[in-house]
Design a protein around this ligand. Structure first.
Ligand SMILES: [Mg+2]
Length: 199
């Protein structure tokens, strides 16, 4: 099988780590709630609406604070809401090495505030051929339309693209469309996966 013409990458827990447990813990401290209660209250309809781009920054603040019975102004809320990110430095050189050799596409389920936080901290994204944030295009994984948009932007057929995501559910959705999906685990495994693909 020829090496892929496009590599489509997830963002969270691939290019940046997002420690949701830490986020729920910090919000819980402010709200006086246990982290698992925070998780339960937040990972419902509002979370999906934010990922679909139906909530802007202020909409997210209101939705999260409302769900937790909190009142935090944006200047306090926004730093906590993005306090759980760490750039995955070990993987960046390998991704940078793909620039110009394949079409590089980012495919992320995320929200307006997290995009605003992560984008300036990940200048490598400027060298991608397309950066598709769910909240900016109105589609979310695992919907086929979101993957199809990535293929369209890469200008290739499904079998010509490799896709990496830490969530098996999203990898399976890619495979169902004929994309060569791989579960991302860590930088050394990613390196081996790319080598096996001839990259
Ligand atoms: Mg992820």
């Amino acid at each position: 099988m020829p090496s892929p013409r496009a590599v489509i990458l997830d963002l969270g827990n691939v290019l940046v780590f997002h420690d949701n447990a830490l986020l729920f813990h910090r919000l819980g401290q402010r709200a006086g709630l246990p982290p698992q209660e925070v998780a339960q209250r937040l990972t419902g309809a509002g979370w999906t609406a934010a990922n679909r781009g139906l909530l802007d920054a202020e909409g997210i603040r209101k939705d999260v604070c409302g769900a937790l019975g909190l009142e935090l102004p944006m200047e306090e809320f926004a730093p906590i809401w993005s306090s759980h990110f760490t750039v995955h430095e070990a993987v960046l050189p390998r991704v940078e090495g793909l620039v110009g050799r394949v079409k590089l596409v980012l495919l992320s389920n995320t929200n307006a505030l997290h995009v605003a936080y992560v984008r300036p901290r990940l200048p490598l994204l400027q060298r991608f051929d397309a950066v598709l944030m769910s909240c900016e295009v109105g589609h979310v994984k695992p919907e086929p339309a979101f993957y199809q948009l990535a293929l369209e932007r890469a200008g290739c057929a499904p079998h010509e693209a490799a896709f990496f995501d830490d969530l098996p559910e999203f990898v399976e959705a890619a495979n169902a469309l004929g994309i060569r999906g791989h579960v991302f685990t860590d930088a050394p495994a990613f390196d081996a996966q790319l080598k096996a693909l001839g990259l």
